[in-house]
Design a protein around this ligand. Structure first.
Ligand code: SF4
Ligand code: SF4
Length: 172
């Protein structure tokens, strides 16, 4: 397979990275050797490869529409950030790549559906009568209501709705 560098993709990642430290990556592989996901998946998920793809501007190595596990395997445990000898904040790069993945529509549906649920209800698991009945049975108080408007305002400021191409009910 031939990989074609994408300058815009490279600029987007390198320009944003804090203090531009990513350029000091010398591919030592320590990030992958300490990553629990890399270990559990026999390196199918590989943070070092993602950093290499970011530095070279190769979205195919990072986003891989045929295997979105490439970036979405990261569980943001921050172990790699702590162990990188060059203080590269890998998870900053990964967050950026995840945003690009959502915007180009290659993010796994279970992530975008979960984000839409939070956008609509202000929480990941909306209150359900079955949950409330069980809480009552065990003598627990009802789940406190959250301020959905406030949460939606915050999420709108992060432009989550635009990234998800979410249409608000009143705009439909
Ligand atoms: S640990 Fe740091 S320097 Fe080493 S490969 Fe990973 S990102 Fe690069
Ligand atoms: S933050 Fe992601 S890439 Fe880094 S060690 Fe944890 S799961 Fe692996």
């Amino acid at each position: 397979m031939t990989f074609v560098p994408n300058v815009e993709f490279k600029k987007k990642l390198l320009d944003v990275h804090l203090e531009d430290k990513i350029k000091y990556c010398y591919q030592c592989d320590r990030c992958t050797s300490v990553c629990p996901v890399a270990e559990a998946t026999n390196n199918r998920y590989n943070p070092r490869t993602i950093i290499m793809g970011a530095m070279l501007g190769l979205p195919q190595l990072v986003l891989g529409a045929e295997d979105n596990f490439k970036i979405w395997g990261c569980q943001v445990c921050d172990t790699c950030d702590e162990k990188c000898p060059n203080d590269i904040e890998l998870t900053e790069i990964f967050n950026l790549v995840k945003n690009i993945s959502v915007q180009q529509g290659t993010a796994p549906e279970y992530y975008t559906m979960q984000a839409k649920t939070i956008l609509e209800n202000g929480k990941a698991i909306p209150s359900q009568s079955a949950i409330e009945r069980r809480r009552k049975k065990y003598g627990l108080p009802p789940v406190p209501k959250c301020n959905v408007d406030e949460i939606q305002n915050i999420l709108k400021q992060t432009e989550l709705d635009k990234k998800l191409k979410y249409k608000w009910v009143e705009e439909q």
